[in-house]
Design a protein around this ligand. Structure first.
Ligand code: UDX
Ligand code: ADP
Length: 465
């Protein structure tokens, strides 16, 4: 087994950044270069104002940075030095051409593979860290095989299961680490090299070794199953609202069955994030590609239900505000796709805001971690946007009380803990009446808010108004 002394990680984003920080912390004998084509991102990794917000990340980075963890833009040198190269670049959904809107855009991965093939002067283990369609390793191998330097490569799949907001804990205490590789002696050897890096802190029995294709497909499957649970409970939230059942009570009741389990049953305004939608669309595309339309349609329904939930939430606001929100101030609490992250990719906030702006509402947003520029950019990049107009009706403020002052309604989009502790009496006193509140996360105390005087609407809740 080759002992790895030097790692290069291409891509310093939400996956590569935290993952390499923890690997470096737990393997002080390995030198790790994290490289990126984005010089601003690299510069930020070298300060205490990291480019991504993740609880506990700065502490870990500070322990390893400058010792065995380095951030720079010299990609070629980092590849040359390395025994093992992680590819942690982004793989967004294609926005053009064949597979548009569904297939993963592999251009960044391919560029990475070509660069490795071009500059490598010694044998290397190449690790797919980004989530990829099953059989991507085949293309990567084909590109690497064209390396003119007589260098040999082993390709491994090592998908990352961390969730944003809890990344450091997920990395330090993973349920499992998955490593897929060729079942040849060279492939098994490479699997062992990577296993020994994780074994510095992860118990061996939690490190699962599989064939390449099983590993690639397991990542897509895990995300599809998790997202499916959310769409399932969200579909029932609509039924709860019309029947008088309470979705949180239903979730608790069914989640107490150990066969079902209690996690990922929190009804919401819809799931967001860079993975769930992208990975399911990717799965749907793969099924269609391999001639399995029924399987494709089955998984597509998870996305259809999620879109329905976001639309339903926005429409409910409009209907409840007497079918017109034009000129009305609506306060949005939260823009990130979940709490404890500044990531906004596919956040339901983007879709809800677009819907409200199209109906000419004045939307005032407060989020504790997301900068205003990101919000405007999100709206500009929205593929399905209903309107290019009305962006000037969006106002971003740094004080939640200012956002809610004189508002007709409040919509909670992200489950930030601080929202629970606001002075809701003060907020109510400063709002227009009737004061509506739409809790898209079911985090607020309905009884307390109703006692204050709010007209309260939760997801999957019966309305006492
Ligand atoms: C997900 C997977 O959990 C992780 O294993 C994978 O590596 C990447 O994708 P992430 O997208 O970071 O992680 O966050 P996650 O906690 O899974 O939440 C995704 C979305 O689902 C968020 O918008 C969240 O608010 C929503 N969600 C989650 C619900 O609406 N209800 C739930 O019960 C759980
Ligand atoms: P993820 O959530 O998968 O980590 P991010 O978008 O946060 O995705 O991070 C991916 C990073 O990969 C970005 O910082 C981007 O600049 C970087 N990147 C993309 N292509 C390349 C490349 N060819 N070489 C180096 N870095 C790249």
């Amino acid at each position: 087994m080759k002992v790895v002394k030097n790692i290069c990680c291409i891509g310093a984003g939400y996956v590569g950044g935290p993952t390499m920080a923890v690997i470096a912390l737990k393997n002080p004998h390995i030198k790790i270069n994290v490289v990126d084509i984005n010089p601003e991102r690299i510069a930020a990794w070298n300060t205490d104002d990291l480019p991504i917000y993740e609880p506990g990340l700065l502490e870990v980075v500070k322990l390893a940075r400058g010792k065995n963890l380095f951030y720079n833009t010299d990609i070629d040198s980092a590849i040359k030095e390395a025994d093992m190269v992680f590819m942690s670049v982004n793989t967004p959904t294609k926005t053009y051409g064949v597979g548009k809107g569904r297939a993963a855009d592999l251009k960044y991965i391919e560029l990475c593979a070509r660069q490795i093939a071009r500059v490598a002067l010694s044998d290397k283990i190449v690790v797919e860290k980004s989530t990829l369609p099953v059989r991507t390793a085949e293309s990567i191998k084909a590109i690497l095989a064209e390396s003119s330097n007589g260098v040999k490569f082993q390709v491994l799949s090592n998908p990352e299961f961390l969730a944003e907001g809890t990344a450091i804990n997920d990395l330090l205490n993973p349920d499992r680490v998955l490593i897929g590789g060729d079942q040849t002696s060279e492939g098994l050897d490479a699997i062992e090299s990577l296993t020994s890096i994780y074994a510095s802190w992860v118990p061996r029995e939690k490190i699962i070794q599989t064939k390449l294709w099983s590993s690639e497909l397991s990542k897509l499957t895990a995300n599809a199953f998790l997202a499916q649970r959310i769409s399932s409970i969200n579909s029932l939230s609509a039924l709860c609202e019309v029947t008088g059942a309470d979705v949180d009570e239903v979730a608790f009741a069914i989640g107490s069955d150990t066969r079902i389990g209690s996690k990922f049953l929190k009804a919401s305004v819809g799931f967001g994030g860079s993975c769930f939608q992208k990975d399911i669309l990717n799965l749907v595309y793969l099924c269609e590609f391999f001639g399995l339309p029924e399987v494709a349609a089955y998984w597509d329904q998870v996305i259809i239900m999620n879109d329905y939930q976001k639309r339903r939430f926005a429409n409910n606001i409009i209907q409840t505000l007497f079918n017109t929100i034009s000129g009305k101030k609506i306060a949005l609490l939260g823009w990130a796709f979940k709490k404890d992250t500044n990531d906004t990719r596919e956040s339901p906030a983007i879709y809800v805001t677009d819907h409200l702006l199209t109906d000419m509402a004045n939307v005032w947003v407060y989020d504790p971690k997301v900068p205003a520029k990101k919000m405007y950019d999100d709206l500009d990049y929205l593929e399905t946007r209903e309107s290019d107009k009305n962006r000037e009706l969006l106002k971003v403020v740094a004080d939640p009380y200012e956002a809610c002052k004189n508002a007709h309604a409040i919509a909670v989009i992200t489950e930030w803990d601080e929202f629970k502790d606001y002075d809701w009496q003060k907020i109510y006193d400063n709002m227009l009446k009737p004061a509506f509140i739409f809790d898209g996360r079911n985090i607020l105390n309905q009884n307390k808010l109703e006692r204050i005087g709010f007209k309260f609407y939760g997801i999957g809740k019966s309305f006492n108004n």
